[in-house]
Write a protein that binds this ligand. Structure first.
Ligand code: PLP
Length: 425
């Protein structure tokens, strides 16, 4: 083992991108913490496989407890809790959660309209929705031509507008199509934009992969307004909730819709002898795979260790850092914030200046990001908005402190000076 670890040190670590570095501002974070690590070790060490209640009663029941706790923390309506007739499950990723809910929506429609109707089923997203949704729609057999991408604009902060959704749905119904599923996002990946859930309709899924964590703070809960109208909601504690990879909470209002699409009942998995009045939860019927990990204990340890107040402080600290960075960008006339910040993601760029055309500004921004990343002192990623190259600073690392955000701003200014100087000189 010592030799193997030496090899890790010599051959593996130098090639790693250090996701836990406090100066990692790329993508969205994959949080790690002492409690998340301890919980992960318990899960890995115990290595139980709670695919059904009988296979590991306490693991199943603990999972039910933590998803209910999480629903309460996010302020989700009671209908997503077990006591309210709904319920939650821990998946490994949003992608899996989306595939499972798409399958549930598809089968619910098939039971009404017959199998042939799949060719007429339409799913809707915005041009800001994560690509995971398109992949999911493909997997469950939605014809590619029936994947509708609705346009968003700067006026709506790149969130979907109800009028756009209504117009698309009316047009499709008039053509004899079947509107099936709308994926709304609270906190889009590129810009952190918000689709106003209350104004939308059909099987409504809310993807709050990143920003769901912020909803534990009352001041951000408004962005989940209308959640009671949704059929399903998902968020990833492994992004911004101090829970080591992997962990995605999925809640559904009607578990039967999910289990009708995903259940299997072979003899070797019969729940003989589970007894009692309450039928046990068999999580194999809430997901794609049979086998599954004991993620419940990981999230339980995190929640016990940091508590609601601790987690709220954690989220607010990052939001304050992002706010500081946004103000610094606004105050520097060489830069612009391209879309108002919603959570802890700031999207900005070097601005258009006299004598420099659009393409040249794009080129400068590309070079600026490349220079910052090549320095090895910080890591950020980009997005393209209305054809413009935009730099994203996603704050949310477990070890990130204000000084790291100040440092990255200094680094950006330093590299910008070099680039703009070289361009003008
Ligand atoms: N949805 C949103 C809004 C995301 O930001 C991401 C990842 O960043 C995903 C979905 C994909 O999540 P996962 O990797 O858990 O499938």
């Amino acid at each position: 083992m010592d030799r193997i670890l030496d090899d890790v040190q010599r051959d593996v670590l130098p090639g790693l991108t250090h996701w836990q570095s406090p100066s990692f501002f790329a993508y969205f974070q994959a949080n790690a913490s002492g409690a998340g690590f301890a919980g992960e070790m318990l899960s890995t060490g115990l290595n139980v496989v709670p695919f059904m209640w009988k296979a590991s009663p306490v693991a199943t029941e603990l999972e039910q407890v933590v998803v209910d706790w999480m629903a309460g923390l996010l302020g989700l309506p009671e209908l997503f809790c077990f006591a309210g007739g709904g319920g939650g499950v821990l998946h490994g990723s949003t992608c899996e959660a989306v595939v499972c809910t798409l399958a549930a929506a598809r089968d619910r429609a098939i039971s009404r309209l017959g199998h042939a109707a799949i060719l007429r089923m339409v799913v809707y997203s915005s041009d800001q929705t994560h690509a995971t949704f398109q992949k999911g729609a493909r997997i469950v057999g939605i014809p590619p031509a029936n994947f509708r991408v609705l346009h968003t604009t700067a006026e709506s902060g790149y969130g979907l507008s109800a009028d756009t959704v209504r117009a698309a749905v009316e047009e499709d119904v008039a053509r004899g199509l079947v509107p099936l599923y709308l994926c709304a996002t609270v906190g889009t990946t590129g810009l952190g934009a918000i689709d106003p859930v209350r104004e939308l309709g059909m099987w409504l899924h809310i993807d709050a992969a990143y920003a769901g964590s912020a909803a534990i703070c009352p001041e951000f809960r408004c962005h989940l307004d209308g959640a009671e109208l949704a059929d399903s909601v998902s968020m990833n504690p492994h992004k911004w909730f101090l829970t080591n990879m992997d962990c995605c909470c999925l809640w559904v209002a009607d578990p039967t819709a999910l289990t009708s699409a995903l259940s299997t009942d072979p003899e070797y998995l019969k729940n003989v002898g589970s007894g009692g009045d309450v039928s046990p939860i068999d999580y194999k019927d809430w997901q794609i795979a049979l086998s599954r990990r004991f993620r419940g204990i990981k999230l339980w340890v995190v929640l016990r260790r940091y508590g609601a107040a601790g987690m709220r402080n954690y989220i607010r600290r990052h939001v304050r850092m992002a706010e500081w960075f946004e103000l610094a960008v606004v105050a520097d006339e060489r830069f612009e914030v391209v879309v108002p910040r919603n959570f802890s993601l700031v999207c900005f760029r070097l601005r258009l200046r006299l004598g420099i055309d659009d393409d040249a500004v794009d080129g400068l921004n590309r070079q600026l990001l490349a220079a910052v990343n090549a320095s090895g002192r910080a890591f950020m990623t980009h997005f393209v908005m209305d054809g413009k190259f935009v730099i994203r600073l996603a704050v949310g690392g477990a070890m990130t402190e204000m000084r790291h955000v100040r440092d990255v701003w200094e680094l950006l200014k330093e590299k910008a000076n070099e680039l703009v100087g070289a361009h003008e000189g």
